[in-house]
Design a protein around this ligand. Structure first.
Ligand code: 5AD
Ligand code: SF4
Length: 440
């Protein structure tokens, strides 16, 4: 059958969708060129905020109306459980985030409706990749046990589970043989890799300490020929250990960028959220990274309008963002999620005030991004080319190790860079989110 997978949400979902595509292709299905042509459409849903869930459910509703065989997978399915069929009575199948490996079999059976909410994941399905491309996501840590008060992820993605190191290493080696140059390791709190279960079970006798499990994985992956860059996301300040910084020192393939969600700059709110760090702890982690390398890129997520967030709490977030000097920031308006601790609190910051705080932080980040990027003018960045720039297809676009977008004009008569090709660019101008360079 001709199929399409439509994805909402974070990188975890992008990765799961890719695995589903690979499994569907392996089962003999064919990717449709567009939605009209598709017989089956699978919508991979997010539920981190109410709006995200509504988008995915709305999309599935439209596909059902268009008479496609429609499946819903991902986080919203687990949150709704059997109620998903109340929202979408004609949905054909629904599978929870860890159950996507069942999709080809569900289609082969053809017995609809079908609901799979299990948390068992088949190792083969985790390792399935679509061929081609030079970048790949690799899931190393599933689920999350942190239980931050606002977050639905632990309920929908299950308990934390670290994949065995030998599985991850074999997967990355296989990707390298297929031409992948850059991998991004994924986990909700990826620096906790190996803490909950023995990820290095083959070497249990040599006692890999929990602080060493993730750094050791990075070192092992950095030895794989063909892999040029290793990224990972998301991080927690408690994971910014000396062992991790030593990896940055020793392994140039490991990119000097951390996505380090802070959520708030107010100690009171951080405590209520259950984030397990203070403002001072967080800033100390950022300082350690920047002391090691002043160009170390740090990006973040922030929530505005958490229950009870006062004007002072908000100002604390503003000042933390300035002190941390973030290279980029994603700001989210608080959205109560059913079943979370925070959902029991009154959602008392008015929508208009959430919007205002959002705009203030975005404006701050614009000028901060400009300042951070201005400081890079004149430096030479090592960039892996991605392709024509989206905004201006006459230019090329790529990213440096800090995940900064760099665009450049093709020199007269020069050939187009191959995707993933390494180029050195001298930065000639800067915008808040983009650097302009020229080949050196
Ligand atoms: N409301 C708003 N934003 C949220 N996030 C997680 N849960 C919520 C919520 N209930 C944000 C956090 C997280 C990002 C992926 O989404 O900032 O880091
Ligand atoms: Fe990703 Fe969270 Fe959305 Fe799930 S709910 S797709 S884990 S952002």
């Amino acid at each position: 059958m001709k199929f399409l997978v439509h994805t909402y949400g974070c990188q975890m979902n992008v990765r799961d969708s890719e695995a589903v595509e690979a499994l569907m292709l392996a089962a003999g299905h064919e990717k449709a060129a567009n939605e009209d042509e598709a017989e089956v459409v699978i919508v991979n849903s997010c539920t981190v905020r109410q709006k995200a869930e509504e988008k995915a459910v709305g999309k599935a509703g439209n596909l059902i109306a268009a008479k496609k065989i429609t499946g819903l997978m991902g986080c919203a399915v687990k949150r709704m459980g059997a109620d998903v069929f109340k929202r979408l009575p004609k949905l054909d199948f629904a599978v929870a985030p860890r159950a996507f490996g069942l999709i080809p079999r569900i289609l082969a059976d053809g017995r609809f409706p079908r609901l799979e909410l299990g948390d068992d994941v088949a190792p083969e399905s985790l390792a399935a990749h679509v061929e081609g491309g030079w970048q790949a996501f690799v899931t190393v840590l599933l689920g999350c046990d942190n239980r931050c008060s606002y977050c639905i992820v632990p309920d929908v993605r299950g308990h934390e589970y670290s994949r065995p190191a030998k599985e991850v290493i074999a997967e990355v080696a296989a990707l390298a043989r297929r031409g992948v140059k850059e991998v991004c390791l994924l986990g909700q709190s990826v620096l906790r890799y190996g803490i909950r279960n023995a990820a290095w079970e083959a070497e249990r006798s040599s006692a890999v300490s929990t602080r060493e499990a993730f750094p050791r994985l990075l070192r092992a992956l950095a030895e794989i020929d063909g892999i040029e860059r290793i990224r990972f996301t998301s991080a927690h300040p408690s994971g910014c250990t000396d062992e991790l910084i030593q990896v940055y020192q020793d392994c140039p393939k490991v990119c000097r960028h951390l996505h380090l969600p802070v959520q708030s700059g107010s100690d009171r709110i951080l405590k209520e959220m259950g984030r397990r760090y203070t403002r001072a702890d967080y800033l100390a982690a950022v300082r350690r990274l920047r002391a090691f390398d002043p160009e170390f890129a740090v990006t973040t997520d922030v929530i505005v309008g958490y229950p009870g967030e006062t004007a002072d709490d908000f100002e604390a977030t503003r000042s933390l963002m300035e002190e941390a000097g973030f290279d980029n920031a994603f700001v989210f308006k608080y959205s109560p999620r059913p079943g979370t601790r925070a959902a029991q609190l009154p959602d008392d910051v008015p929508t208009a005030e959430k919007e205002r705080r959002d705009q203030v932080l975005l404006a701050d980040q614009e000028s901060r991004g400009q300042r951070r990027n201005d400081a890079l003018v004149g430096t030479v960045r090592e960039v892996l080319a991605e392709g024509p720039s989206k905004r201006n297809p006459a230019r090329w676009s790529g990213r440096d190790g800090g995940n900064r977008i760099v665009v450049w004009d093709r020199a007269d008569g020069a050939r187009a860079p191959a995707p993933g090709e390494r180029v050195h660019l001298r930065i000639t101008a800067a915008h808040p989110q983009i650097l302009i360079g020229e080949p050196t």
